[in-house]
Design a binder for this molecule. Structure first.
Ligand code: KG4
Ligand code: ZN
Length: 335
């Protein structure tokens, strides 16, 4: 079954053709990041307008790359929640129009579910159940993936998402948006124990995260030293901050796996590209005899191939929508 998938939840307009949820026949991503960089973050109004301009050429390119026509497609999948509402609406409305004109079934896909599904492309043997750490710019969840379309939230952030904390720390150090990627690179040459940063926990919720205190701690460290005219080693600050965030993520994730008796661990979302997170979990899982899966780095960020992968399983579960489909800025992954 060939699915044409569309993604427009944030600042990437993407389309892909995916066969049977696992085989990527084409994947096109048009990024707006250069333009948003001028403002230090995503400007929703600009994002919507750029999606409106890019959606037709991106979808056409995805079909062309797959050497297919619309006649060869069996279903359409589209990200409908969560995300920037104006951005989501561009993809949803386009997909609805396409469904109406072609008669193809339309499958709505939850953005975080699709991040998880990027793993079905990168790890062909992977099947639920497993425990997944979903870490992106807007979310940080520990999710029990009981089946392809049945998920339970085990832990979540109480304030900032991991990616947001990375981006804000990076911005304070003058790195361009989205700074998480550069912070990760600079951290590679630094000493992770150079600066002591807190490891905030949430009382009575061992699987929940809290990153805002950690973010404030590193921002205060940078501001205080600037006021005193002391120049800190940037690589050491990046390494210490990255170590603290990854430590919080891994501690709770591994504890949840132990407590729930799960030995199959998966990571997903933009932050799953983080080198230290990948290395640490790989080593910790090896020590414990757990199976560990991660998406290819090229599939960690927003793309439509992952939407096609999850869309396939949503379709098999009977989840299709009519032309009254709406987009939603927030929605639980459990729904
Ligand atoms: O999943 P994603 O592409 O978009 C959302 O759904 O939010 O995640 C983007 C986030 C950004 O905050 C970005 O800085 C972060 O993922 N990110 C990273 C790395 N690569 C991307 N954070 C830390 N280390 C990385 N290597
Ligand atoms: Zn995302």
């Amino acid at each position: 079954m060939k699915i044409l998938a569309i993604e427009s939840s944030c600042d990437e307009t993407a389309a892909a053709v995916v066969e049977d949820g696992r085989k990527v026949l084409s994947s096109v991503v048009a990024s707006q990041v250069e333009e948003h960089r001028l403002y230090g973050g995503v400007v929703p109004e600009i994002a919507s307008r750029r999606h409106a301009e890019a959606i037709v050429p991106v979808v056409s390119q995805a079909l062309e790359q797959a050497k297919l026509a619309l006649d060869d497609i069996d279903a359409l999948a589209v990200t409908y929640a969560p995300g920037l509402i104006g951005a989501l609406l561009v993809g949803v409305n386009f997909a609805k129009g396409l469904s109406l004109s072609t008669g193809l079934p339309l499958v709505p896909v939850h953005h975080l579910r699709s991040h998880i599904a990027s793993n079905y492309i990168s790890n062909q043997e992977l099947k639920p159940p497993f425990l997944c750490l979903v870490v992106s710019g807007g979310h940080s969840h520990i999710v029990m993936v009981e089946d392809y379309t049945k998920m339970k939230i085990i832990g979540r952030t109480r304030d900032d998402a991991a990616g947001e904390a990375f981006d804000k720390a990076a911005r304070t150090m003058g790195m361009p948006y989205p700074g998480g990627i550069e912070l990760d690179k600079v951290a590679e040459s630094g000493d992770p124990r150079a600066f002591k940063l807190p490891r905030p926990t949430v009382h009575d919720a061992p699987y929940d995260f809290s990153f805002s205190g950690l973010k404030t701690a590193v921002i205060n460290l940078l501001h205080n030293s600037a006021q005193k005219g002391v120049e800190l080693n940037k690589a050491d600050v990046c390494a210490s901050f990255r170590y603290a965030v990854v430590d919080c993520l891994c501690t709770n994730f591994l504890k949840a796996a132990d407590d729930l008796n799960v030995d199959k661990l998966v990571i997903a979302g933009g932050v799953s590209a983080n080198s230290l997170l990948r290395r640490t979990l790989f080593e910790e899982c090896e020590k414990r005899g757990f199976k560990f899966y991660m998406p290819d780095k090229s599939l960690c960020g927003d793309n439509a191939a992952m939407v096609g992968a999850q869309g396939y399983y949503e379709y098999l579960a009977g989840k299709t929508a009519g032309t009254d489909l709406n987009a939603y800025a927030t929605m639980s992954i459990e729904e």
